[in-house]
Design a protein around this ligand. Structure first.
Ligand code: AMP
Length: 211
């Protein structure tokens, strides 16, 4: 399954991506996680991305596109992949389409997690993230359920940055929803409700595109 997950920040993409990647036995490729891992390791890529990330803006396309193309050459993508947080604008969507077409591996589906802004703001401002593995955690969790790691609040989950991220989503990322609708790849589900319930909804919706 070659899949893209799209939705505003706080729609639960990271959480659903973990379950869906395990379900389909495909790697979960989160551009945000790759940037954060580089930031933690103080690599040149991490240092380049830091200012954009801390202020809720997109890292420049040239940097992000090359990083994703490189990741898609890894052997673990032979049977598919789940992209989470990429593409984030129509330029990235076009680059991805061209790259996958060149390699004879076009996308099979784009799953949109739809959710209201007021729920997003509540979720993001109380969200905690694992310092070790990057998994999102519930506000009342004392440690990461995936690895036992310590939790922290992402710099970009602070209230002043959330508004910026939402406006970046509306202006730059929302247009890719139409792009993929036109391509006939878009499947939209509601991302409101229980985590397990949303996963079930996603798998049921995706089962209709699996050939
Ligand atoms: P995320 O974890 O997906 O919310 O991403 C966190 C931050 O990483 C974003 O606010 C951007 O600064 C950067 N980022 C992640 N994915 C992309 C992308 N596809 N294009 C540009 N910047 C990105």
């Amino acid at each position: 399954m070659r899949l893209v997950l799209v939705g505003p920040p706080g729609a639960g993409k990271g959480t659903q991506a973990q379950f869906l990647a395990a379900h389909y036995s495909i790697p979960h490729i989160s551009t945000g996680d790759i940037f954060r891992a580089n930031l933690k390791a103080s690599t040149p890529l991490g240092l380049q991305a830091k200012g954009y990330m801390d202020s809720g803006q997109l890292v420049p396309d040239e940097v992000t596109n090359e990083m994703v193309k490189d990741r898609l050459t890894h052997d673990d993508t032979a049977n598919g992949f789940l992209l989470d947080g990429f593409p984030r604008n129509t330029v990235q969507a076009e680059v991805l389409r061209a790259y996958l077409a060149e390699n004879g591996k076009p996308l099979e589906a784009v799953l949109e997690l739809a959710i209201d802004n007021d729920i997003i703001i509540k979720r993001l401002s109380s969200r905690r993230t694992c310092k070790e593995c990057g998994a999102p955690a519930a506000p009342d969790a004392s440690q990461c359920v995936a690895c036992g790691g310590e939790l922290y609040q992402r710099e970009d989950d602070k209230e002043e940055v959330i508004a910026k991220r939402l406006s970046v989503y509306e202006e730059q990322t929302a247009p890719i929803v139409d792009f993929y609708r036109t391509e006939g790849l878009l499947i939209t589900i509601s991302a409101d409700g229980d985590v397990a319930e949303i996963t079930k909804r996603a798998i049921a919706a995706l089962s209709r595109v699996q050939g």
